[in-house]
Design a protein. Structure first.
Length: 277
């Protein structure tokens, strides 16, 4: 399903939600209270600005007595979107965010990956897969990075653990190109990049990726990811705690200039290993 058609389908979802809510005599606030989201979220669902999660779609069906209509429609739309189900909502929110703060303890974040690095990641996880499948997945990942080239791009602040710079993914040449790409994003002010060095020792969120997304007209949301699963968390207390952890990570990391120097030095080390210096 093309992006335009998919958006039109979500607009249909929203229009049906509004119609059936009004038929049931609920305001947005009243329905929101029944399905455990704010009235503002219901409004954004109806305008196809945000997409509800599956459990919310189910509670909408229960509240409006729609016999599973919204769950079935949700499943059809999610099945026909290009991302894994657990990441689909995060990908949608990414496009709407005004600020994205990301912590990457082990792997270069998707928004900063080169095609060669992404390809190495996919083959490491799927050694028997086809080239066609990997080509498709890589193309999707690289298309996401267009976000950082748009005139209305979000402020993107990314913290990388030094392990991201040192663990070889693919060949030495692939790593050199990947680190050059990150350095270029920093130099061209498309991203604010800091490195948390090994010498920092223990730190918050050890081993856990996280992404804090902020919006112009909606509460902030945290995305975390585990094995083939992801969670969007918007409880204010949770978001506040994650923001505090991110601030601690940022304080422990090298400065922007020192981080850029380390990234460029690591790239040079990989070039030397590849014999391309």
């Amino acid at each position: 399903m093309a992006n335009g058609s998919r958006q039109a389908a979500w607009e249909f979802f929203g229009a049906e939600l509004k119609r059936r809510r009004e038929d049931a005599g609920f305001t947005q606030v009243e329905l929101g209270a029944r399905v455990f989201v704010s009235g503002g979220y219901i409004g954004q669902f109806e305008q196809a600005i945000r997409k509800p999660q599956l459990d919310v779609a189910r509670r909408i069906d229960e509240s409006l007595q729609t016999d599973g209509f919204f769950e079935r429609l949700w499943r059809k739309l999610i099945k026909e979107q290009p991302y894994a189900e657990y990441f689909a909502h995060a990908a949608e929110l990414e496009r709407l965010a005004t600020n994205i703060c990301e912590w990457a303890p082990a792997v270069v974040p998707g928004l900063l990956q080169t095609p060669e690095y992404a390809r190495s990641i996919y083959f490491a996880s799927n050694p028997l897969t086809t080239d066609e499948y990997v080509d498709e997945m890589v193309a999707l990942r690289i298309a996401r990075a267009q976000l950082l080239k748009d005139a209305t791009r979000p402020v993107y602040w990314v913290l990388l653990h030094e392990a991201v710079l040192r663990v070889p993914v693919g060949s030495a040449s692939v790593m050199a190109l990947q680190l050059d790409h990150i350095a270029q994003a920093a130099r061209s002010r498309k991203a604010l990049v800091q490195v948390l060095p090994f010498s920092a020792g223990a730190h918050p969120q050890m081993g856990k990726i996280l992404r804090l997304l902020e919006f112009e007209d909606a509460p902030p949301t945290v995305y975390t990811e585990a094995v083939l699963s992801g969670n969007l968390l918007d409880d204010p207390a949770v978001v506040k705690r994650v923001r505090a952890d991110y601030d601690l990570l940022r304080a422990a990391a090298l400065s922007l200039d020192a981080s850029l120097t380390m990234i460029e030095a690591a790239a040079e080390d990989f070039r030397r290993c590849a014999g391309t210096t």
